[in-house]
Design a protein around this ligand. Sequence first.
Ligand code: FBP
Length: 336
Amino acid sequence: MQLIGESLRGHLLGVGGNKPADAGIAAVLQELARAACVISRDVNRAGLVGILGRTDQHNVHGETVQKLDVYANELLVDGLRKSAVVCGIASEESENIISPSAAGEKSDYIVYFDPLDGSSNIDVNVSIGTIFAIYRRRSTKGAATLEDFLQTGRDQVAAGYFLYGTSTMLVFTAVDSVNGFTLDSSAGEFRLSHPNIRTPERGRIYSCNESNSGTWDTPTQEYVAALKSTSSRAYTSRYVGSFVADFHRNLLKGGIFLYPADVREPGKPASGKLRLMYECNPMALLQEHAGGLAVDVEHDILDIVPVGIHHRVPLVIGSRIDVGEYLARRREHRAA
Ligand code: FBP
């Protein structure tokens, strides 16, 4: 029986009766948790320590980089290299794979992360987060190779996120269950607060940036329109604009989040905005382990073979029945 209040360290050792985590995976999670404690402390006082606002830099996605993005990215990379718990790092804020420290080359694990998800909300005190995915290397020695990084989401050995909101939380999955921990900042420790999270089969919330609806394909437009129709079962709309916050709400309460493809340019592959490896795959593993579904247009997100570390995909994720109804509407449209 998992113990509410149990420390992350105890949970990873299996003190509460859960299956202990592999020592190498536990070491990566502990290092990420250590860095997240520092990020949480400084996000809470960002306006006082001069880390709000933009830099004059643009990242590989052409986005203006926020000071907090740089701060969080450097803190995570520095900690992961110094602790030697990974043999390779890939970040939303770095165009290429980041090499490990010499000692890190002995590790069997690599890590992907989005250091601060929800950048557009940083300066306005809306929840933001850090999203991560851990994989076992395929190569046998030295620094990790590109091949180690281009694995499908099904190969993740652990994935999750830190949410910097009304409280700071860690939600992650490794083997099968999804567990939530809350930061006890007085002890600088994450403690079990949400054991064995299960997403309700159906929700009452839909979450998407509807200002983009003109760029969506017809079945997606029809699906969202149907949710708003008076004959529907009274869905309500919620959209924070920080994926980690929108996903967390729906994970607990049920519902569906959509960031569909922009199909305005026929012939151009329908690509989405969100990044497969450090936004969609981690959330898809959590969602599937919590009883929900995650797809691009038709396929399970976790089966998509990445073509690069910054590969983008459309995303529809959430309660099993809601995502199922989205897919059924696509099938009907194809059959019509
Ligand atoms: P980053 O902030 O890490 O770049 O993530 C992208 C993101 O901010 C998601 O968190 C969010 O769901 C989405 O983009 C919001 O996009 P839009 O402003 O187009 O609705």
